[in-house]
Design a protein. Structure first.
Lengths: 319, 268, 297
């Protein structure tokens, strides 16, 4: 703040135009406006990005749907666009995504919720200051590293317990994804629990309810919309996850709920095609945009839903 | 610590054992000592008012009576608190069970937002996992709401959310919720300070009826309220009990100079 | 309600019934819920480290990829990643900070500001591979940038921009309103207030947020695959129009090979990646602490 310099008063500024050589202050109204508009332009980039995403996805997807009917896309149960006998049913990819996401959610929700309850209701301040950032580290590890873990460490370990487990499977990928998204559940849930007013806990204790009963019957219900928001957000993240499944879950589109066999998700299909030599402009090339549109729509829906729930708990679910 | 009584009729020696009794009660928040050794009886079936300036320790005092004080991180206490002669801080005492016998009504009404009026009244039962048959539950709801002088106003709307009521009604709902558990003692921490005068008056009337069944201790910063509702009044200052006497006496001829100064408004 | 004779009730016992095992067990369980994932992470990293340590040497870092696992090196990937984060920083930081400044200092509660905010919130949640598709369609094909490091950097810039914006806004908000008012009362224009009061004060937070965002970009793989990073490159990029590869891409390439030796390479690559990220993150935190101390003076 030692660099703060006092600007010249407005009166002097107005008469100074052009009379002082070499000393152009940035205080002229035109310069101010120009600065404001360039900053606004920076902000508009975000709108352009959204438009860009929509444009790219829709243009190519429209091209795709000119050749493949929506009925096929939603009705066929096989996805083999790169084979000779082509099928374009999206469901195997959706099933793969659903399977891995489901496993991840089953891991992340119990761990995340328990962690959130501990941090909010039991942890002393010092513990909270250490443990909360520690959990965030889980989210900061690059997903390619998690993918490597899933393939090279987790799968062999699981194969000792389940010998019939394939080298590529949904289970390892799902478990590792689950660990990655724990902080999303725990952080937002903890915020929601923390936001429940102390007065409610005191009312419950005052009636002769123990700590656990108070947490489960008073605090948790009051924080429920925030907790639901955190879960939806975590699911959305898992749906959009690419590298963990691309490395460890396999590349065989399959309409199945079996976690021990290779599957393919929407995201890993896009990777598969991008790694190959599919020429641009072909139908096969356009499939990645059709899948992309589906993925985008799904995650957008979930993010919007999650934010609705957050609004409910932030602005007084209790009326 | 001084316990000054100004008239012989205030001496508790000829009465049965007080419902609650403290011996040398001290309390801290961290290193900050807020109660400095309080010996005070709270007689059964009477209303005891506790008055004093902000920060004198009166809220902390009653929170030590039902072991709510220890729920604050860093808080601790020393001394004895006896309920019917039994030390409530004894090693084999469960504070949860204690709080079912010594209930509390708080300054700001705090009905549970996710529950209806009926469920709020029954909350104490549900939270302590006491099972009630349907008709028994209805009976509890009605008698608790009657006891809190709220029944006639809400008897047709028991399913409505508790938060839909006015401030004064919410506070009476909280009182109903507390008495549904059938405590012996009702502790009230400035229960009317967030309410308008009409709602306040209704609750004050209620206290006259409640003391027949419960022992009541009420913390208030409003001296006129203390004079209106209580049988005996305790004046706290800087964590000490300065004077305890019959309400009439303390407000007409207080024994201690400090009491007199507070009551006449020399400080507050 | 009738008054009647006061009831003398024999109070229910307040003696403890049984020991309070339930609560203590629950606390133990929830501590486990925190400890187990962290321990798993530590275990996985240790496992990878032990695989990697035997492999990492100077030749590995300055070598080029090879069909023979033992001769393979990571230099093009490392240089590619450095190119990428350099260009991404140049593009994303000014745009992101600029947008944040506009939102905090000029936009106020206008509908335009609200609309931009909704956009940013949505963009922050878009999967990274979608950004890859955007980059492919817009930068690689429509703008004709082809599979160049510039296209990759532009794609990554769009990806990290929402994070830069959010971090910068947080930093700007830490400047108390009364300081802005004091400066304005002295006759300063809005931009002068921002440039001379707000930005210097929020600089530590902005820098930290920026470095952390860039550090995140280093680990991004999916968008780069879609945009066309090469997986086998035997030369270094010389200018923004050149093809490129990156650390995570190289790691992915090695992981995809069945031979054990390549998996060891992948472990080594992961170590290089993690060390790079750790260095950047520590630098960010150190920088913030030093700058914050100077401001508190």
């Amino acid at each position: 703040m030692s660099s703060f310099t006092l600007p010249e008063p407005a009166a002097r500024r107005a008469t100074r135009r052009g009379s002082r050589p070499g000393r152009r202050s940035s205080a002229t109204p035109l310069a101010e406006k120009a600065i404001e508009w360039s900053l606004l332009a920076c902000g508009l980039v975000s709108i352009l990005t959204t438009l860009g995403i929509l444009a790219v996805l829709l243009v190519e997807a429209v091209g795709f749907f000119e050749q493949v009917s929506l009925a096929d896309f939603l009705g066929d149960t096989e996805w083999t666009p790169l084979f000779a006998d082509k099928h374009f049913g999206i469901w195997p990819l959706v099933a793969g995504t659903f399977l891995t996401t489901g496993i991840a959610t089953l891991v992340a929700v119990p761990f995340g919720l328990l962690a959130a309850i501990y941090l909010s209701e039991f942890a002393p301040q010092r513990a909270r200051r250490v443990l909360k950032p520690a959990l965030e580290v889980l989210a900061g590890v690059p997903t390619i590293v998690y993918g490597y873990f899933a393939l090279v460490v987790v799968t062999p370990m699981l194969q000792e317990v389940f010998p019939s487990l394939a080298g590529f499977n949904a289970l390892s990928a799902g478990l590792v994804m689950g660990i990655m998204i724990i902080p999303m559940v725990s952080s937002l849930s903890e915020d929601a629990l923390h936001a429940v007013p102390m007065a409610l806990r005191e009312a419950s204790w005052g009636l002769g309810a123990g700590r656990l009963v108070t947490i489960f019957k008073v605090v948790l219900p009051a924080a429920m919309s925030g907790i639901v928001a955190s879960i939806i957000l975590a699911v959305s993240r898992a749906v959009g996850e690419t590298m963990i499944v691309a490395i460890a879950a396999g590349q065989q589109p399959r309409l199945t709920l079996d976690p021990t066999v290779p599957v393919e998700t929407m995201t890993s299909y896009i990777v598969q095609v991008s790694m190959g030599d599919t020429p641009t402009g072909t139908l096969e090339y356009r499939t990645i945009f059709a899948v992309g549109v589906t993925l985008f729509a799904l995650t957008l829906l979930m993010n919007v839903l999650s934010r609705r729930f957050v609004k409910r708990f932030r602005y007084g679910a209790s009326r | 610590m001084t316990l000054a009584t100004s008239a012989p009729s205030a001496a508790p020696a000829t009465e049965p054992r007080p419902k609650l009794m403290t011996h040398g009660l001290e309390a801290w928040f961290g290193d900050n000592r807020v109660l400095k050794g309080v010996d005070m009886p709270i007689p059964a079936h009477r209303v005891t008012a506790i008055i004093g300036p902000s920060g004198c320790g009166k809220s902390t005092f009653i929170r030590c009576l039902n072991r709510m004080h220890e729920m604050v991180p860093g808080a601790r206490m020393a001394g004895r608190v006896e309920l019917d002669g039994q030390d409530v801080y004894g090693p084999d005492i469960d504070p949860v069970l204690l709080r079912r016998r010594v209930g509390m009504v708080f300054q700001k009404p705090n009905p549970f937002p996710t529950m209806s009026i009926r469920d709020n009244v029954l909350a104490g039962m549900k939270l302590s996992r006491r099972k009630l048959g349907k008709s028994e539950a209805e009976g509890v709801v009605e008698s608790a709401l009657r006891g809190a002088a709220l029944w006639d106003e809400v008897k047709d709307q028991l399913k409505k959310p508790g938060m839909d009521l006015s401030g004064g009604q919410q506070q009476r709902l909280c009182i109903a919720r507390s008495i549904a558990v059938e405590p012996d003692v009702l502790l009230m921490d400035e229960p009317c300070s967030a309410l308008d005068p009409i709602a306040t008056a209704r609750i004050e009337d209620l206290l006259h009826e409640l003391k027949a069944r419960y022992t009541i201790a009420i913390v208030t910063h409003n001296m006129q309220q203390a004079a209106r509702v209580s049988d005996q009044t305790a004046f706290f200052l800087s964590g000490e009990l300065v004077e305890l006497a019959e309400t009439n006496t303390i407000f007409t001829s207080p024994g201690d100079r400090r009491t007199e100064d507070y009551i006449t408004g020399k400080f507050g | 309600m009738s008054v009647g004779v006061p009831e003398i009730r024999d109070g229910a016992s307040i003696r403890r019934r049984g020991r309070n095992l339930g609560e203590r067990a629950f606390v133990a369980l929830s501590l486990l819920a925190i400890a187990i994932p962290l321990l798993i992470l530590v275990g996985l990293v240790a496992h990878t480290l032990s695989d990697a340590l035997g492999r990492i040497d100077w030749d590995f870092i300055v070598g080029y990829p090879s069909r023979r696992a033992s001769a393979a090196g990571i230099l093009p990937a490392l240089v590619g990643s450095l190119w990428l984060i350099g260009l991404t920083a140049l593009i994303a930081l000014p745009l992101g900070v600029g947008a944040a400044v506009w939102l905090e200092e000029y936009g106020g509660r206008s509908r335009l500001a609200g609309f931009i905010e909704v956009n940013i919130a949505n963009l922050a949640g878009v999967p990274s591979i979608i950004y890859g598709l955007l980059g492919l369609g817009l930068f690689v094909r429509f703008l004709g940038l082809d599979r160049s490091v510039l296209a990759g950097a532009l794609t990554l810039s769009l990806l990290v921009m929402p994070i830069v914006i959010m971090a910068t806004r947080e930093a700007l908000r830490t400047v108390p309103g009364h300081l802005r008012e004091a400066a304005a009362a002295l006759g300063a224009t809005r931009w002068q207030v921002i440039r001379q009061v707000v930005l210097p004060m929020s600089l530590p937070g902005i820098l930290t947020g920026s470095i952390l965002s860039i550090s995140r970009a280093i680990g991004e793989t999916a968008p780069l695959i879609v945009v066309g990073a090469l997986t086998y490159m035997t030369f270094l990029p010389q200018d923004p129009g050149d093809p490129f590869t990156a650390l995570p891409i190289q790691i992915y390439n090695w992981v995809s090979r069945p031979q054990e030796a390549f998996l060891v390479n992948a472990a080594a690559g992961i170590m290089v990646l993690l060390v790079t990220m750790l260095t950047l993150n520590s630098a960010a935190i150190l920088l913030r602490n030093r700058l914050q101390r100077r401001i508190r003076r």
